[in-house]
Structures are given as structure tokens and as C-alpha cells.
Write a protein that binds this ligand. Sequence first.
Ligand code: ADP
Ligand code: MG
Length: 512
Amino acid sequence: MDRIFGIDLGTTNSVIAHTDANGVTEVITGKDGGRIVPSVIYFPKNGDPVVGTNARQRTITEPERIAKLFKRGMGERTFLPDEEPFIVDGKTWSPEELSSLVLRKLAQMAQERYGEPVRRAVITVPAYFGEAERAATQSAGELAGLEVLRILSEPTAAALAHGLDHPDEPGRILVFDLGGGTFDVTIMDVRADGAMEVVATDGDRQLGGMDFDELVVQKMIKMASEAGLDIATEPWARQDAYLKAEEMKKELSDLDTASRSLTGSGRPLQFDLSRNEFEGLIKEKLREVEDTTLYMIENAGLQPSDLTMVLMVGGSSRISAFQKLLAKVSGREPAFSRNLDEDVARGAAMLGAKLGGELDPRTQLAKIPPPVDMIAHGYGVSTLDMETSRMINSIIIPAQTQIPIEPPGEETFYTAEEGQTQVDIMLNEGDGEDLDFVKLVAKGSGRFGRPVPRQHPVRIEVTFSDDQTVRLSAYDGESGAFLCKLEVERPGNLTKAERLKARESLSRMGVK
Ligand code: ADP
Ligand code: MG
């Protein structure tokens, strides 16, 4: 059977891992010696796209040929929700296609390591990702030629990886994930049998390591301009400043001071930064993170003292100011893993091993139940409320239902008029009865084949399967005859025809 890989498809960095039958997980190292692949793609004028560290180097010289941060656009037509689409050499690239190139690069690394093609994977997504984003991730996998066995939420993956290293009592874990461009904070329940589930999640889609780099660069620019050097308007000097700002930021996670030589207006300038000064620069961000975290704990109906563990993941959680902040907020020392950049991919690989069914039953991993994911929104159909004579959304599957939904959610409704020959069915995504606050995601109609009396039963089934798709089937409640089937249309995602076409053209392309 083909091996199953775990993939952390990150906004900034991506990682691929594999767990063997003994429950031992290996994070795969690329030819260049790196295990962390920047989610950056460079499109050279001629030749195949370049993914990762080598692409990142081109950010300075050819920014218009670089795609990055496309994860933020998953589930949207364009590159980012409110930005221009990414176009290079006349081709418009969807976030799904760009993501598929990163997946191809990771699969290639794994293929070089194991000498066999990579066909099956578990891919992680942020807990806040809705169905459209999850479906887009699923299709990115398919475009890369992968069978995506499961979409797993990132905090669940991290908790799984960490939990196995440090078997824990049942309780509530807060997973704090501060990456390069996004901040997510999630509360998970660990049940007595070891199963985990997401209870609450929040965050900020526009807050992360990049913002801290930016604040350091602003300080560099100011200092340079006081010394009569121009960094701000010289593209080279500016890009150089960004690279150095990130290096210094990382150094300050270990050391008290960092120093670099900058260049502006053709002259060098020494720039020093202490850890204290750095923490002063990011003070505002620290406050935002604190507010979001406290608000989410409160919203989940919990007290900070209810938390049994705080787990730090994401590269930016190495910044000591955030560790101190979390210790203050939760009243306990945050937990870390040795390789916090790799935990999400490791957790995904572990789930992959469980799904593969070849794990040695004596391993601890084989003993715990697989983690449980949920849908963020509910599904219902528009019906006429007899009492008020108003149309309402009748919920069939409530929000926070564990997926996959098996057996389907099921409800019987009755026709409103005498002699109806068909029913119109509207499937809504949302949580309340009020139609103003739900989103119509699919509609269709089914024929009875004869006029039926008023109050004729119609049975509706709704499922949410592992392929991240919601499906509705309607049956005649009396005869059991099939009436119609609806599948959610995602206007922001590629259509089936577009996916086939993209897969075809992508398969002719290599990645480097
Ligand atoms: P994502 O989940 O967004 O793909 P990561 O979790 O890989 O991102 O985090 C990447 C971010 O972490 C970058 O902004 C990087 O500068 C930052 N980072 C990595 N190592 C350190 C460190 N030692 N100190 C501070 N920030 C770091
Ligand atoms: Mg991440």
C-alpha cells in the first residue's frame, strides 16, 4: 500500500512528514538540507516554477514573478479576498493551483527520500477555515496528484504530536499558534480516552512575524534617515533591510542584543537592537494578541484557570515576550516542543499512520482514537413556518457537528399546498432560523411524478463527508422514491471542469 504523508501547508512555511508502522515520525529533509519549505513560488521567464528557499531569494530581484501568502486566498476566486489576482506571463493562478505547486514540491522531497511516488496525504488547515477553504485545500491536493485522505485542523495536529510525546491527563488545551502572517488561538478538549476535539477558535488573519519584521524595518529607516541615509526609497536597500530585520528578530529570541550593517545611499550604517527595544516595538501587537486570547477563553465560557495546558506552536511563538504573555494570561508555564515548526506536519503524519491501518497495535499512537474535527457552520433548508406563515431556515445539521457525518442528518418536511407536483429545495449554510443571516448555498427541485395532497412528506438527508463536501438528498416520504440531489456550489473555488483542466496543464509542468 502507498505510504501516507502528513503535510502542513502553511501560509509562510510548509513541512512534510511520515510516520512508520512503529509510530516513529520523520520530518523529511530536502536536497538542500532544509526541512522547512517556504510557501513561496518563483515563476522564471523560461522553465518550471521554483518553490521554497530558492524562490524566496528572488523576492528582492523579481517581486512581480513571486507568489506568496496565497493561503490567505483559499476559497476565493482571486489571490487575496480584496486584492488583484496573481497573473504571471498572461496566466491567472488561483490560490488552489499555487498551493498545489507547493504540495508537488513537498511530494518530490518525500519521493526522493523514499524512492517511491507520493500518492496519499493528510493535509492540515487552520481551525477557522470554513468549508470553502477546506474544499479548496482538498482540491489543491488533487491538483498535485494526491489523494487527500483527511483535512485536519492545525491545532489538532499540533496537540496530537505533542500529546504523544507528553501523555497528558484529560483536560482543556489552549493551542497558541503564531506564524508568519496569521495568529490562531484554539481551545481543544482532550477526552479521557485520549480523543481530541476543537471547542473554540479565534485569531487574527493579518497578524504574524511579518508585522514584527515591518516594525523593525520602520525603525531602521528612521534611524538611517536621521543619519542622512536613504533606505526607504532604494529598492535594494529596502529589501536588504527586510531580510536583516527578520534575522535580527530571530536572534533576539535567543540573545539580548543583535546587530547588523545596513546600506543606504551607498554608505554603511550599524544598526543595533536590544530585546527590550524589540519588545517595545511590538507592544501594540502583544496587546492585540492578549485581547484576542482572553476574549476567546471568555467566549468559550471558560476561565483561564480551566486550562490544563498551553501549547505554543508556530515560528513566532519563539519570541519570549509571547511566552511571558501566555504565562501571565493562563497562570501556567506554556509547553513547547523541541521542533515547534514541525509539530503540525508530524501530527498530520500520525493521523495518516492511523488511517493507513498498518500501525503496530502495541504503539501508543495505535491506542488513542483519531482526533475529531467539526464543521464551523450548520446546514438547513428553507421551509414555511406554519405558525407565523414566514419562511425560515430549518436546521438539519447544527454547527459544531463532528465530521464526517455518518449516518446523514435527516428531517421530514411536509408540502404546503394541495396538488403540488414538485418541491423546491433551498439548502442554507448558517446557524439560525432567520433567513437574513444564512447563506443560500444550493438549490434545486424534485418531482413527485403526480400531484400530491397537502402535507405530503418529503424526507431530506444531509451529509458532510471526508472530501469536505456537503450533499443533500431528498426522497418522497411516502413511497421512498428519490426526488433530487444537491451539492454545494462554491463560487470562490474552481469548478470541476476547471479542476480537470488545471490538473491536465499542471501535470505537464515540473517544480524545482
Ligand atoms: P506559518 O504557519 O505562517 O507558515 P511559521 O509557523 O513557519 O509560519 O512561522 C514563520 C514565522 O516565524 C516567520 O515570520 C519567522 O520570521 C518566524 N520565526 C521563526 N523563527 C523565529 C525565532 N527564532 N524568533 C522569532 N520569530 C521566528
Ligand atoms: Mg503554521
